[in-house]
Design a protein around this ligand. Structure first.
Ligand code: MN
Length: 306
């Protein structure tokens, strides 16, 4: 089912109400899949989700030696979407529907698991065998009840098709995975309104990004540090800022910053439904969760043929 595109923000820059930082959370480190380490700002104690987002993992940056890199071999998902964004390295993906692909630097795979798939997400064989650098993100986006059992869908967008933009002074750059920024619009279609942007701000740079007032919003910093909001709360590497209400956010990096700041802006319309989640399944009720485990174990989500 196709959904409507992001609603265009029509507010002029003069009447944007600035969001401030409501809370700062430091990502914890956690082992995932077959044993790779992620930085995970949420879910965490006291921060289950930021509706509609269920999880954010930063894989790496890590330098693996020969035979060291691992991934997430065959596992199922139902009831939500996984969004993989690779910065360095390459992920090989295959699934129970016979779909195979590679996700390299700058590429995005927006996978709607919907009713269910079994998939495998592994570092490219070259990296597993010879070693190499790995850095990327996986975001989990919830689906409303009416879409939890939708047909699985992939949107695989190579780096060259991810819209990018810069400010006039060249000090701010953005890759627009979802939503709109600096006059460019994403090519990815989202089931509910979502903003997902990768920003780079050099020292002395500043920008104001509109975020519709209906969205919940957060910012994850993964290099350097940035000052957010009119009160300029400083948010550093590995920290997530949960934003308060408003229709825009201002980002600023001081002149004397030793390195550019890198950050993800994530926002979306809250789904506002009960969440029953366990492991790879995210449903509305315990009964639906139980059904997901039964369906997976009885093979109804399929398996990867090799
Ligand atoms: Mn997965």
């Amino acid at each position: 089912m196709r959904s409507k595109r992001m609603v265009t923000d029509r507010s002029g820059s003069n009447d944007l109400e600035q969001r401030s930082v409501a809370r700062i959370v430091t990502a914890h480190r956690q082992q995932e899949g077959a044993g790779f380490t992620v930085r995970r700002p949420f879910p965490a104690a006291g921060l289950d989700m930021i509706d509609p987002f269920l999880l954010l993992d930063e894989m790496g940056p890590a330098e693996y030696g020969p035979g060291e890199a691992t991934g997430a071999p065959d596992h199922p998902h139902r009831g939500f979407e996984t969004v993989t964004y690779v910065l360095e390295g390459e992920t090989e993906h295959e699934d129970s529907a016979g779909h195979r692909g590679r996700i390299g630097p700058g590429d995005v795979q927006w996978m709607t698991a919907g009713a269910g798939i079994v998939h495998s997400e592994m570092p490219a064989r070259r990296i597993r065998e010879r070693g190499g650098r790995v850095h990327g993100f996986q975001l989990w986006v919830n689906l409303p009840a009416r879409l939890k059992m939708t047909r699985p869908r992939y949107q695989e967008i190579p780096a060259e098709r991810i819209p990018q933009a810069r400010t006039g002074d060249g000090r701010v750059q953005v890759s627009v995975i979802a939503g709109q920024a600096l006059g460019v619009s994403a090519v990815i279609d989202t089931h509910t309104p979502i903003i997902y942007q990768d920003w780079t701000l050099e020292g002395g740079a500043g920008v104001v990004q509109s975020i519709p007032g209906s969205h919940r919003a957060c910012i994850y910093v993964f290099a350097g540090s940035v000052h957010i909001g009119t009160r300029r709360a400083e948010v550093g590497d590995g920290q997530l800022a949960v934003l308060g209400e408003g229709s825009a956010v201002s980002l600023h990096v001081p002149d004397n910053a030793p390195a550019p700041a890198r950050l993800l802006v994530l926002a979306g319309t809250p789904i506002g439904e009960p969440v029953a989640r366990q492991g790879p399944f995210v449903m509305n009720t315990r009964e639906e969760l139980y059904r997901a485990f039964v369906d997976y174990q009885s093979g109804r989500m399929g398996s990867i043929e090799r």
